[in-house]
Unconditional design. Structure first.
Length: 382
């Protein structure tokens, strides 16, 4: 197939035809098994592009379109087809004749959106790769199993209220949505293995659930997405109620909250929030593609330690390069030390970020213009 004739179907899921790496479907019913690994908060799978690699790609069930770093696309010599719009921004669209994932799953005539920035990998495997066929994400075994002829009964799995709706976007693939509960409150959540926090809520839903509360301890966090970082920081808080998904319950989780300045959900759908990898890896996930539903059972993994700003201080960079305190988290060591919004700190901006972002227990001293030295000790205060 010529590059310019790559279909919309292949654009939206990065190539949806799941076959053995050799190119033929199995003669007997059974899964095609590709290996993945958890590394630095990412679900990584090795990818070959036009026979070159392997390259670490991120399995991202929150992504509607598969992607590749522009540097990798150029190194491999992928053909540029045209530019496409994603969330209002223009991205180059590249064509790969073949992509092989985990040494087992092969797609031909794959279209990949080019990215300038991406943490933890050089490409993204979109949700449609997981949701188009019956498949399993087995976090216990590190296996992505694809069933070209259907999976049949999944012993030990429980079906939960869920859906795999068609994307409203022309180039989008099906993503996973499910019902969940925060305490007694019902939520509709998008499942996003690319999200680093257990749960993310937009401002309106955070306010409704009582989590955006100036009286609760919180830490400022950056709000990032495919188009970059929002100007206004969000908040990280500790959940006061268990988060329940089907028969599974997750307690004492950290929840990321969007700020009022970007109250509209950044994930491009109408769900109340995102269910992220720290919770999703605690399930083994089975997709029933025909019924468009999800089944789960508990994995043996735990929620990994969550890193956050343990000083509670958000710095803004002034035009002259100096650092000004933009936010002070409630209950934080920065608040206890008397730092205030508007305080100007002396020193290099990047070095100050590194200092204030240090580990719990490390004593930190900063100089405030007009006030002198202030000492604080970052702590696990959430």
């Amino acid at each position: 197939m010529a590059a310019d004739s790559v279909s919309r179907r292949n654009v939206m899921a990065g190539g949806l035809l799941a076959l053995l790496a050799g190119g033929a479907a199995p003669a007997q019913p059974g899964p095609v098994v590709a290996r993945f690994r958890l590394e630095n908060g990412r679900v990584l799978i090795d990818a070959l592009l036009n026979g070159m690699g392997p390259f670490p790609f991120i399995i991202d069930t929150g992504a509607e379109v598969s992607c590749v770093m522009e540097t990798t696309a150029k190194a491999v010599g992928l053909r540029k087809l045209r530019d496409v719009k994603l969330k209002g921004e223009s991205f180059p669209l590249y064509a790969a004749d073949e992509m092989v994932l985990g040494g087992a799953v092969r797609q031909t005539d794959v279209a990949l959106a080019g990215l300038w920035r991406l943490g933890g990998g050089v490409g993204i495997v979109a949700s449609g790769m997981v949701t188009t066929f019956d498949s399993d994400l087995d976090f216990d075994r590190g296996e992505w199993r694809v069933y070209p002829q259907g999976a049949g009964e999944r012993a030990g799995f429980t079906a939960i209220p869920s859906a795999l709706p068609d994307s409203p976007n022309a180039n989008g693939s099906r993503r996973i949505e499910s019902e969940a509960h925060y305490g007694d409150e019902k939520l509709s959540l998008l499942w996003d293995t690319g999200a680093p926090r257990p749960l993310k809520l937009d401002y309106n839903h955070a306010k409704r659930l009582g989590l955006w509360d100036d009286g609760l301890p919180w830490s400022p966090i950056p709000v990032t997405g495919i188009t970059g970082t929002e100007a206004a920081p969000g908040r990280l808080v500790r959940a006061r109620q268990p988060i329940r998904v089907g028969p599974l319950s997750f307690e004492n989780q950290l929840v990321a909250l969007g700020a009022p300045e970007h109250a509209r959900a950044s994930w491009g759908s109408d769900e109340d929030g995102l269910l992220g990898l720290p919770i999703l890896q605690r399930m083994n996930i089975a997709i029933d593609a025909k019924a468009r539903r999800v089944l789960i059972k508990a994995s043996g993994l735990s929620t990994p330690e969550q890193r956050y700003n343990r000083s509670g201080i958000w710095l803004d960079k002034a035009p002259d390069g100096s650092a000004t305190v933009g936010q002070v988290g409630k209950g934080s060591p920065g608040e206890a030390a008397g730092l205030k919004v508007g305080d100007r700190l002396e020193g290099d901006f990047v070095e100050l970020l590194r200092t204030l972002g240090g580990p719990a227990g490390m004593v930190v001293t900063v100089k405030v213009a007009g006030r002198g030295a202030v000492t604080l000790t970052p702590a696990d205060y959430l």
